[in-house]
Design a protein around this ligand. Structure first.
Ligand code: ARG
Length: 462
């Protein structure tokens, strides 16, 4: 038989509705934080004289016992507990009787759940930040080894200009840094305490909101009780930031998938991070980056889900909010797992094929801009130079040759300003080295970028 909700009700819930209403099946993850917040609330009630210090101590001891029971696996809430907040309160009353019934003075599950989620998410943000840093360091280690490895640079996935491989990898370090910066901003808005807002309007019970906020390590508390209990912006912001992280990981994954295809062959996957086919014995599949690319979709979905869940809600609490939990938990789990997986893939799953990379770059027209730049240095206007080189490329294509195969006589026939120097200009190392503008791919510029990140990471360790 399901329980009657309170003395106001005559009948118990329909059993299906009881299950439908409950969140205990997916809010157990809030247990630790609910206990922390309850301990702080009890201490505060003693401080303001609502309960005695002795009572607060007894409440705290009983809450700590529930924590132990949960660690030992003996705390097993049932469906009739409805959610983790009731489950803990029921167990508390079970343990210490009527004193347990005093804990809910001056609070509501509405401010309680909002407080718990914020405490939980704050911790998860700090963990994800560490994962992002490990990912950046794994990229940096490859970058250190590959300043002089040349890789084709693409626009429109067409060969454009050659790059230092380190330059390419550092672009992802930059992206991850913006992700970390965004997370820190979200953390500022997560770290505000709603506790004490009660159901929606505050409470006549004398409470000290600053005290509980301080005990729980919050930077401040909400100034408007209605906003405090009905705000899930922080959850949306977190999911949005996570979506951007996943989009970045998915882009890198897509590159790795292309790079280890036979067509590119820029990268070999090691056995530690590649999988085989159940039928085609020759295959080595990039399941890890494919999964990361695929999992981006579910995180984007959670962002849409939360936005849609919120858009029609009048103030203040609505049961719809209960739907925030699975989205948040899955977002945290997915982002964390994908960051760990891509870091392992970088650390032990990839070998860049540097010879193949340099052969590739040497066999294309990605040095064509440099011929135009060379003509510009001889006083020919860029647009004219661009047309001249375009004609040479067309000629080479029809003869199946490359720019380096054009003889000095042929160059001079095209324009008398050409001299021997053109052959140096055409070499891919020189094409890379020439791009000395700040932020460019020239080896010395890449070295500067690398040093910037090395310094940054060594000072973050201090
Ligand atoms: N399980 C609920 C949730 O996750 C807790 C808050 C319930 N509040 C209420 N007024 N029914 O949102």
């Amino acid at each position: 038989m399901s329980k009657t909700w309170s003395d106001r009700f005559d009948e118990g819930l329909n059993p299906f509705i009881e299950g439908f209403n409950a969140s205990i099946g997916f809010d157990f993850f809030l247990l630790e934080k609910d206990l922390d917040a309850s301990v702080a609330h009890a201490k505060m009630l003693a401080r303001t004289g609502v309960i005695t210090f002795e009572e607060a101590k007894q409440l705290e001891n009983a809450l700590e016992q529930i924590r132990r029971e949960s660690l030992e696996g003996t705390f097993k809430p049932s469906l009739s507990d409805e959610d983790i907040h009731f489950a803990i309160e029921n167990r508390l009353i079970n343990l210490i009787g009527s004193l347990g019934k005093k804990l809910h003075t001056g609070r509501s599950r509405n401010d309680q759940v909002a407080t718990d989620i914020r405490l939980w998410l704050r911790e998860k943000i700090d963990q994800i930040d560490k994962e992002l840093e490990a990912f950046q360091i794994a990229l940096l280690n490859h970058a250190k080894d590959n300043i002089f490895t040349i890789i084709p640079g693409y626009t429109h996935l067409q060969r454009a200009q050659p790059l230092s491989l380190a330059h390419h990898l550092i672009a992802y370090i930059e992206m991850a840094q913006r992700d970390r910066d965004r997370l820190q901003e979200v953390r500022l808005r997560v770290n505000i305490c709603p506790l004490g807002s009660a159901a929606l309007a505050g409470t006549p019970v004398p409470i000290d909101r600053k005290y509980t906020a301080d005990l729980l390590g919050f930077d401040s508390f909400h100034l408007n009780s209605l906003d405090a209990v009905s705000d899930r912006d922080f959850a949306i912001e977190f999911t949005s930031t996570s979506s951007i992280i996943m989009m970045h990981l998915s882009r890198l994954s897509e590159e790795i998938i292309l790079w280890c295809s036979q067509e590119f062959s820029f990268v070999n996957l090691t056995d530690r991070c590649a999988t085989g086919s159940s039928i085609m014995p020759q295959k080595k599949n990039p399941d890890v980056p494919e999964l990361i690319r695929g999992k981006a979709g579910r995180v984007f979905g959670h962002l849409q889900g939360l936005l849609t869940m919120m858009k029609g809600l009048p103030l203040a609490y609505n049961k719809d909010f209960q739907e925030d939990k699975e989205s948040l938990v899955d977002t945290v789990q997915t982002v964390t797992a994908c960051l760990k997986a891509i870091t392992i893939l970088l650390e032990e799953g990839l070998n860049f094929c540097s010879e193949r990379l340099s052969e590739t770059v040497a066999s294309d027209f990605s040095n064509a801009t440099d011929v135009a730049d060379y003509l510009v240095s001889k006083g020919i206007p860029f647009r004219e130079a661009y047309q001249i080189v375009g004609r040479v490329v067309k000629l080479c294509l029809s003869q199946k040759t490359l720019l380096k195969d054009v003889s000095l006589e042929q160059w001079q026939e095209i324009n008398s300003v050409f001299d021997e120097e053109i052959f140096k200009i055409l070499k891919s190392e020189n094409v890379v080295a020439a791009r000395r503008s700040e932020g460019g791919t020239a080896f010395e510029r890449v070295r500067e970028q690398l040093n910037y990140w090395i310094d940054r990471f060594s000072s973050s360790k201090k």
